[in-house]
Design a protein around this ligand. Structure first.
Ligand SMILES: Nc1ncnc2c1ncn2[C@@H]1O[C@H](COP(=O)(O)OP(=O)(O)OP(=O)(O)O)[C@@H](O)[C@H]1O
Length: 298
């Protein structure tokens, strides 16, 4: 049985906004990366999983229970980090976390203490005076401290510095080794690559692709930017690589090429006078779109 089972979920907010006929399942112990541009429908899906929103069409189940009908029971063993966190400003971090711990009837605060340590949080400072990153870290502690079996994490590292992002990656890896089922949305390639088993891409409310991280890692498509010294070379390369993009004013060519064809590229470039050649890093979405050649109608 899958831990998470979303079948034909639709929530239409009008104006083509919302989620439309989304079906996905996540096995116990799996870490699922949920990716997509702003407004794609990631948070809407997660809110359904938390039972905050009732599906208009379709079903959203965790452990075979409807998230809307059984939200109270399900939430006991779930940790949720909202995309837009809102912490009470009139208390300090510790007081807030203790309040949540009491509401959850937590018997021990030891795991929370470990997490406060891991993220170098001074729990006695007032939430009001905390930086965005510090508030995010307090919210992470609140989501993880009761050691839930299921974690829904909506852009968990937004606002964290690189060191803390690494600590977060370690935390996910640890939770994964304990068999937790995790869905996380992220725009950070490294985070997804290092933590997720599988990825789903959502766009305009529709799930357009699913693939394993192994498939992605074996992608051999790379993009290079070349700046040439003279126009003749630009014109020659335009004939040789008609699919490449050219910025003629800058004498630049941007080319995406499979590793197996790299010798052809190098062969042609060796005939040119080059200013520089560099590999272009993609945003996560570009990378996936290029890899899969996805479009809105997929
Ligand atoms: N309660 C609502 N009423 C009307 N429209 C909504 C509501 N909630 C979400 N939407 C719209 O539905 C679309 C999907 O929103 P959602 O927050 O799920 O996207 P997202 O993928 O999480 O985006 P982001 O990466 O920016 O957080 C957006 O266009 C949003 O404006």
């Amino acid at each position: 049985m899958n831990t998470i089972e979303i079948s034909h979920l639709t929530k239409d907010y009008g104006n083509h906004k919302g989620v439309f006929d989304v079906s996905l399942s996540i096995k116990k112990g799996e870490v699922y990366g949920y990716l997509g541009p702003n407004g794609a429908g990631k948070s809407t899906t997660m809110r359904h999983l938390m039972g905050f929103v009732r599906p208009e069409v379709g079903s959203v189940k965790i452990n075979d229970m409807e998230c809307w009908d059984d939200q109270k029971k399900l939430q006991e063993d779930m940790g949720y980090l909202a995309g837009e966190i809102a912490l009470p400003e009139d208390m300090n971090g510790l007081k807030y976390l203790k309040l949540i711990a009491n509401m959850r009837h937590m018997k021990s605060f030891a795991h929370a203490e470990e997490l406060l340590d891991l993220f170098k949080i001074d729990p006695n400072s007032n939430i009001k005076s905390m930086s965005k990153g510090m508030k995010q870290k307090v919210a992470i502690v609140a989501a993880f401290m009761h050691d839930p079996e299921i974690l829904l994490l909506d852009e968990p590292t937004s606002g964290l510095d690189p060191l803390m992002q690494n600590n977060f990656i370690e935390l996910i890896q640890k939770e994964k080794s304990k068999g937790k089922t995790i869905i996380l949305s992220s725009h950070i390639f490294e985070e997804v690559e290092k933590t997720c088993d599988r990825v789903g891409m959502i766009r305009n409310g529709k799930l357009i692709k699913e693939f394993t991280i192994d498939e992605l890692k074996h992608s051999k498509l790379k993009t290079y930017k070349v700046e040439l010294k003279n126009d003749n070379d630009v014109q020659n390369l335009k004939l040789k690589f008609p699919d490449a993009k050219f910025k003629e004013a800058e004498k630049q060519m941007i080319i995406s090429i499979n590793d197996k064809d790299i010798n052809t590229l190098i062969g042609e470039l060796s005939k040119c006078d080059i200013n520089f050649l560099k590999e272009e890093k993609h945003t996560l979405e570009e990378y996936f779109m290029q890899f899969y050649g996805g479009n809105d109608n997929v």
